[in-house]
Ligand binder design. Structure first.
Ligand SMILES: [Mg+2]
Length: 190
């Protein structure tokens, strides 16, 4: 085994959850606005999209408060890999979301009770507040889609793994993964 799965922690949005798909779908269904994935080149989407910041706010608010009703889905392959990793130790999720309960319910529903029972979930409420939790929970690696978070973790001696997305492309020189098969590969090889 290359990396023991129990040492890897996961961000939720843009890593475990396909938040971009949900954002684009809600923008179209609720506001008749077409957004292409490759247009989302900034983590703060209002900085790169020609979309009313109030609309951006409304969409993200819905995704925070009612992820299940919003149709937020797991990223392709995430369920199988997390189910497998759960056999090796607790799963750890650390999100910058401010509210824990809605995303906890969503995660339990998506992963199923048996896998969710093996999960630890922290909602920090701030993007730059993950380091202490990562240390306290004994993690050595952390998968996140926000380049600034990964750069900060690296400076703090934690091994970040950037989950490749259009908004982190060209913004870091850190190890990266393209999908969940690659995350599995970090532990068990190709
Ligand atoms: Mg994220």
């Amino acid at each position: 085994m290359k990396i023991h799965p129990k040492y890897i922690g996961f961000d939720i949005d843009g890593v475990v959850a396909d938040t971009m798909e949900a954002f684009i779908r809600l923008a179209f269904e609720e506001y008749e606005t077409v957004v292409a994935p490759e247009e989302i080149t900034e983590f703060q989407v209002e900085d790169c999209l020609d979309l009313d910041p109030l609309i951006v706010d409304e969409i993200f608010c819905r995704l925070l408060v009612e992820p299940g009703k919003s149709g937020l889905r797991l990223m392709a392959g995430a369920k199988d890999v997390l189910t497998e990793f759960a056999e090796y130790g607790p799963l750890t999720f650390i999100t910058a979301r401010p509210q824990r309960e809605p995303i906890a319910d969503w995660l339990a529903e998506q992963l199923g009770g048996a896998v969710y029972d093996r999960a630890r979930l922290v909602a920090t409420g701030e993007h730059d507040g993950k380091v202490d939790h990562i240390r306290d929970l004994g993690l050595k690696y952390f998968v996140d889609d926000r380049a600034q978070t990964c750069i900060q973790l690296s400076a703090e001696g934690i091994n970040p793994i950037v989950y490749h997305q259009f908004w982190n492309q060209g913004k870091h020189e850190l190890p990266a993964v393209e999908n969940w098969a690659a995350i599995r590969g970090l532990c068990f090889g190709p």
